[in-house]
Design a protein. Structure first.
Ligand code: UD1
Length: 417
């Protein structure tokens, strides 16, 4: 197990150019299959999940090359329609290849995703919506065998605005026969990014960013040139780290609207902001303060991915705050580890009560998922003394060389593998 060695107590500040979004890039990589052509993607995040997704494309028979942050993907040829169980379990977003492969080849085989560290994460909404559009699904030996001689447009009502199911349906419907309307669709910026990409490839889609998305199936898509938008969770992670350590931070390349809920919380703890074209500057107070009650939820609600990081921040804010986690049932595993560093957090079911402590101290802690691991890392940066944060392999899934980025901003972090 890899780990980070951190010597805390140094302000994290300066200028940081936010990288391309993991949660936008992965669905777009799956969508390249529908283009059956060459696609050029700029501003790609150089993270483990991105590399793994490029490998999936290669395993399916496509060409994928990465030079710097530019990926050139040629999906004219494919030779397989199967996504292995280990791949799906390693990286949940690979279920999006189901919609993409069905949209392209009318058949797909997908390993069973199973549960994961943050919750059960079923895919019933994906599968039941697919069936409504004419996809036949058989489960055998832990694999889903899916096929559809005709994929037909349909009015689908999602019982929950699932991000993954909305993305999978966009992929399936882009080349379906007739019109599909997704009601109660997810509205996250990553959905908007996927639609922008599909539209650049010739898809006819309307209403992204609203609860009703209409897709008029087209016969063929084509290649495109597209730049991956900024990662709002990476932006939020660095803001929290600076706020906790008392550093002034300027973020470059961000869209204020997409991180409004995070900025709102930071503002309530006493941070001040100025914003000029794609440059956000944050000045934290001497002492963070907060009396807040946060509830995670689908966009435009408070993002579940930011929950562990904000919890970390609130451990140092004078006052008592509550966080309710409504999206995933097991996403508080970082709380116990934060307590080892001196945090005062009490969990009751899906609600966390956080009482601000005057300071955290270094400790040996274990990250067990991506954002939870990052939350421990920023707590360690703010803590007095040395910490060891295990589980770097989770953090590397979604953050690009986070140890270098924090070190350049004044922190003392080393990755040990
Ligand atoms: C979720 C987050 C997304 C985040 C990503 C990675 C939400 C709404 N979604 O997306 O912002 O970037 O994790 O951490 O915040 N569900 C079902 N059946 C399904 C699909 C989902 O019951 O078929 C449930 C899930 O168990 C979960 C909720 O719906 O409780 C949200 O899931 P969904 O949005 O699909 O998850 P992701 O696409 O992984």
């Amino acid at each position: 197990m890899g780990y980070y060695l951190i010597e805390g107590g140094k302000p994290i500040g300066g200028e940081f150019a936010v990288r391309g979004s993991k949660n936008a890039a992965l669905p777009i990589l799956a969508a390249t299959l529908l283009a059956e052509d060459e696609v050029v993607l700029e501003n790609c995040p150089l993270i483990r999940d991105f590399y793994l997704t490029l490998d999936i494309l290669r395993t399916l028979g496509c060409k994928a090359e990465l030079t710097g942050r530019t990926a050139v993907i040629d999906t004219r040829q494919i030779k397989d329609v199967k996504i292995q169980e280990e791949t799906v379990q390693k990286m949940r977003s690979s279920i999006l290849f189901l919609g993409a492969l069905l949209g392209r080849e009318k058949r797909a085989i997908l390993g069973h995703p199973g549960g994961c560290a943050i919750g059960k994460r079923p895919i019933d909404i994906h599968l039941s919506s697919f069936e409504k559009m004419g996809v036949e699904i058989n489960e055998e030996d832990g694999l889903f065998y899916c096929s559809a001689p005709h994929i037909l447009g349909y009015h689908i009502y999602l019982k929950y605005p699932s991000v993954g199911a909305t993305e999978n349906l966009l992929l399936l419907a882009a080349k379906a026969e007739g019109v599909t309307v997704i009601h109660n669709a997810a509205r996250e910026p990553e959905i908007v990014a996927l639609v922008h990409f599909l539209r650049a490839c010739g898809a006819e889609i309307y209403g992204e960013g609203t609860p009703s998305i209409m897709i008029e199936g087209v016969k063929k898509l084509h290649g495109a040139y597209f730049s991956i938008p900024f990662d709002r969770i990476e932006a939020g992670t660095f803001l929290c780290a600076s706020a906790m350590t008392g550093g002034e931070l300027s973020l470059l390349g961000v869209e204020k609207n997409d991180i409004e809920t995070t900025l709102d919380v930071l503002q309530k703890t006493g941070c001040r902001f100025t914003f000029e074209t794609e440059r956000l500057r944050m000045m934290p107070p001497k002492q963070l303060k907060a009396e807040l009650s946060l509830v995670t939820g689908p966009y435009p609600g408070f993002p579940t991915d930011m929950q562990p990081l904000i919890m970390s921040l609130l451990t140092l804010a004078k006052g008592t705050c509550m966080i309710s986690e409504t999206v995933f049932e097991a996403r508080f595993r970082h709380a116990e580890e934060l307590c080892r560093m001196g945090a005062d957090i009490v969990i009751a079911d899906r609600v966390a009560k956080i009482k601000g402590s005057p300071g955290l101290h270094g400790a040996e802690v274990f990250g067990r998922d991506l954002r939870g691991g990052a939350a421990l890392l920023i707590a360690a940066l703010a803590a007095e003394g040395k910490s060891t944060v295990y589980g770097s392999e989770y953090v590397e899934r979604g953050y690009e060389k986070i140890e270098d980025a924090f070190s350049l901003l004044g922190g003392n972090v080393r990755l040990m593998e």
